[in-house]
Design a protein around this ligand. Structure first.
Ligand code: NAP
Length: 269
């Protein structure tokens, strides 16, 4: 039996075990997905221990996504982003990927949204970094806006230098940036467990696709406002699903059963 898992602190509410195990069950793969909660500061030891124990693959969540870089060989996109959320132990050293980035792109593709034109990414934390690098790598012009504006400027400069065209802005610039935008990504925590949106409703329009990284609640205020404006809406569970799908496929070498994994995920949201 293969063992896959997740390291994070905390991990008790993770939706990854049922999502991945639905995939193993559907394909008849003899595998188990387990959560581990190492002490904060023990990222490298956790990865080395997993390798020693023969764990086949690990997902990585807060607070370990940056620190595990010291224990893996990151692929180019993960190295640019500076964070790893998926580790494959088939190589020595293990390979680190950032499937949050591919999760954004694959969630858009699933909804028929092509990565062309102008994207506005609101937020410059972990999700914002993944989205900005992913979308610039796909060829979009990326505007990053953040409450702490200098973090947006720093992130945009890094994206612009290594991945594609990007610029940083304060949050106040978002309404005017959206005038000419094709895509809006909310990568802040605004809207999580609260009925608030990071973007004023009257800045949204029908030519936009709107991806909200927040998945609790599944229908955020931003997505309700976007739907009312006639925009294409993509909830955060799609990003969560596709980061898992990408990890599943890298680990098993099989096409993931997306519908079954999606059903398992959504039944728990
Ligand atoms: P993070 O690294 O802590 O970054 C948080 C971001 O939210 C920062 O840009 C922060 O701005 C901004 N922010 C927080 N409170 C704000 C407020 N009141 N007004 C405006 N901006 C505010 O967190 P993260 O890991 O990027 O996660 C962000 C969200 O994405 C969370 O809801 C998380 O659950 C979600 N997420 C979803 C997925 C998925 O697969 N769907 C994956 C990863 C994350 P400052 O820099 O100014 O503090």
């Amino acid at each position: 039996m293969d063992v896959y898992g997740l390291i994070g602190n905390p991990v008790e509410h993770s939706l990854s075990p049922p999502m991945h195990e639905a995939g193993y069950d559907h394909l008849g793969i003899d595998a188990k997905y387990v959560t581990f909660e190492p002490p904060r500061g023990a990222a490298v030891e956790a990865v080395e221990s997993a390798a020693t124990l023969g764990v086949a693959g690990l997902n990585v969540t807060i607070p370990f996504k940056q620190a595990v870089l010291d224990a893996v060989d990151p692929d180019p996109l993960a190295a640019q982003i500076g964070a790893v959320n998926t580790i494959d132990f088939a190589t020595d050293p293990p390979t680190g990927y950032n499937t949050d980035a591919s999760g954004v792109v694959r969630a858009l593709e699933h909804h028929g949204v092509t990565c062309e034109g102008v994207a506005v990414v609101v937020g410059a934390g972990g999700a914002g970094r993944a989205a900005a690098f992913a979308l610039a790598t796909e060829g979009m012009t990326v505007h990053v806006a953040n409450r702490t504006a200098e973090k947006a400027t720093t992130l945009a400069a890094a994206v612009d230098e290594t991945a594609g065209s990007a610029a940083g802005h304060p949050l106040s610039a978002v309404p005017s940036l959206l005038d000419d935008a094709d895509l809006l990504v909310n990568a802040t925590s605004v809207g999580m467990d609260e009925d608030r949106s990071p973007v004023s409703a009257d800045a949204l329009h029908a030519d936009l696709a709107v991806l909200d990284a927040v998945y609790s609640p599944i229908e955020t205020r931003l997505l309700r406002d976007a739907a009312a404006a006639g925009a294409t809406t993509i909830d955060g569970a799609w990003m969560l699903l596709y980061q898992g799908v990408e990890a599943f496929e890298r680990w098993t070498g099989r096409d993931a059963p997306v519908a079954e994994m999606n059903a398992a995920l959504r039944s728990r949201l």
